[in-house]
Design a protein around this ligand. Structure first.
Ligand code: CUA
Length: 152
């Protein structure tokens, strides 16, 4: 009957919407991952293999990894310096509430959620200075939550 056809069509649409949303959340370049096979304990970040020691790590060739912890209302570290012509993978987590990690003038703009790791890889060809901002309201100091990225 027609009713059955409409029911199936509605189901297909709903599945399609869910697939679109999921794709948006884990789409190209940005992934929410568990770094160590489980979730990160925000209270034990200091002991975490990656986030216990934040900052830039040269992992070979032109590849760099940057570990950042967001915490009301700062980023640790709050200044990041990488060389030009590099491929940089950011790993960002939060110690308290949901923040964002957004690098003005690039396509880096991700939510940062306690217990999860936001990972994104970006190539920086030219030297430049970029502001890092929090786009997710996180309390009284939200508007002052910022950092700096230097490509030298
Ligand atoms: Cu952190 Cu807004």
């Amino acid at each position: 009957t027609y009713e059955k056809i409409w029911l199936v069509a509605a189901m297909v649409l709903i599945v399609g919407f869910i697939a679109t949303i999921t794709y948006g959340a884990v789409g190209p370049g940005i992934a929410m991952v568990d770094d160590d096979g489980g979730s990160i304990d925000p209270d034990a970040i200091g002991d975490h293999e990656r986030f216990g020691d934040t900052g830039v790590e040269h992992v070979g060739g032109n590849e760099y990894e940057v570990a950042v912890v967001a915490q009301a209302w700062s980023y640790f570290p709050d200044e990041i310096t990488v060389p030009a012509n590099s491929e940089v993978t950011f790993y960002v987590t939060s110690r308290d509430v949901t923040h964002s990690f957004s690098v003005v003038g690039t396509n880096i703009n991700t939510m940062v959620i306690p217990g999860e790791v936001s990972q994104m890889t970006v190539e920086f060809d030219e030297p430049g200075e970029y502001g890092i901002l929090c786009n997710e309201y996180c309390g009284a100091g939200h508007h002052d939550m910022e950092g700096k990225l230097n490509v030298v």
